[in-house]
Design a protein around this ligand. Structure first.
Ligand SMILES: [Mn+2]
Length: 361
């Protein structure tokens, strides 16, 4: 854990603009990224010297116990973070305080405390960019989360069937993943069947799955804070001609996209490749979301695989590739894997086979 923190801090500090002397991290996932601890209020990184983790009373002892290599400081009840930071750092126009995120009210307050609005600069993209390129330790955790997601999807494959409710499928999947070491779910498990599957982020309900239904299962596990994301679509029994046609289009779109991915390629180009393939097949209007997103400590992070994304794929990116077709009144089909951009293309981290028909007679 300490080694990860050192590498991350080094990579972070070399990205400080020349006039920035201190960087205050306020986004809780960004704080977790550097410290491995998710219960702090803020993390202060000076250009040189010791970092400070500000923690309120509830989590103070836990932080002191778990976080090494930084000074853990108690934020007393009623004490305001920005007042404290104002005492702890000296700023000037050539020794600015950078922050990763800041609300409008926060900005007004911080400027008042520091006494000069030229001394604060909001630099959100710096940590976003760091988090997008995973270190080997992070890849290992995501890989383990992907392995557990495969376990969950294997269970879904066994459990999905006529007469089983969507919630029951989700329960069995989550139970299996937790039992094997997942620290919760990467997001609320999606199990949507029949016409409800036309809503990409539909939630599970009490609906009982029926013969002939399309069933979309989208799930993820968490290991060491790092997430995974996988989707498979099943049909209960034999697929109709239309169901099979749609599934083949989505699968082919995903495989075209994955084959085209490598470091240096524009994320938008990859999206457009899949999007045009689905469009040429006659379903362009039914692919209603981006092709994919980065995955790490957050389930949606950089880079974005979308038609207007300016991101360029880099070695160490971990992203989903998830084309889909959603037809209201008919249902939805999505196939998704989590992949790592490597020195020679990409490596799939989720490995569940693409079983479509669940014939259980
Ligand atoms: Mn996803």
């Amino acid at each position: 854990m300490c080694a990860i923190l050192d590498n991350k801090l080094f990579n972070f500090r070399v990205r400080f603009p020349e006039d920035v002397a201190n960087f205050l991290i306020l986004d809780s996932v960004n704080v977790e990224y550097f410290t491995g601890f998710s219960g702090a209020v803020a993390f202060l990184v000076p250009r040189d010297g010791e970092c400070v983790l500000y923690v309120s009373g509830t989590n103070f002892e836990q932080a002191r116990h778990e976080v090494k290599n930084v000074r853990v400081e108690l934020l007393r009840r009623g004490e305001r973070l920005f007042d404290r930071v104002g005492c702890d750092v000296e700023v000037s126009v050539c020794a600015k305080l950078a922050v990763d995120v800041l609300s409008f009210e926060g900005w007004r307050f911080l400027v008042k405390v520091l006494g000069d609005d030229g001394c604060v600069v909001v630099l959100g993209d710096v940590v976003v960019g760091l988090r997008a390129v995973k270190l080997s330790e992070e890849v290992a955790l995501i890989g383990e989360a992907c392995r557990l997601a495969d376990v969950g999807m294997g269970v879904a494959c066994e459990v999905v069937g006529s007469g089983v409710s969507e919630l029951e499928v989700a329960a069995e999947v989550e139970y299996a993943m937790r039992k094997r070491g997942s620290c919760g779910v990467a997001f609320n498990t999606i199990v949507v069947s029949g016409a409800v599957g036309a809503f990409p982020h539909g939630a599970c309900g009490c609906r009982f799955i029926k013969e002939g239904d399309l069933v979309v299962v989208d799930l993820g596990a968490v290991v060491g804070g790092y997430r995974s994301d996988i989707t498979r679509t099943f049909v209960v029994g034999r697929a109709s001609g239309r169901q099979r046609k749609l599934f083949d289009v989505v699968r082919e779109a995903q495989s075209l996209a994955i084959d085209a991915m490598h470091a240096g390629v524009g994320a938008a180009n990859v999206d457009v490749l899949a999007r045009e393939f689905i469009g040429d097949a006659g379903f362009g209007g039914y692919f209603v979301h981006n092709l994919g997103h980065g995955v790490g400590l957050a389930i949606h992070e950089a880079p974005v695989l979308g038609p207007v994304s300016a991101d360029v794929l880099a070695v160490g990116n971990v992203v989903t590739v998830e084309p889909g077709i959603y037809i209201v009144g008919f249902g939805g089909i999505r196939v998704e894997d989590t992949v790592l951009v490597t020195d020679n293309g990409v490596k799939k981290l989720t490995k569940t086979p693409y079983t479509f028909e669940l014939a259980k007679f």
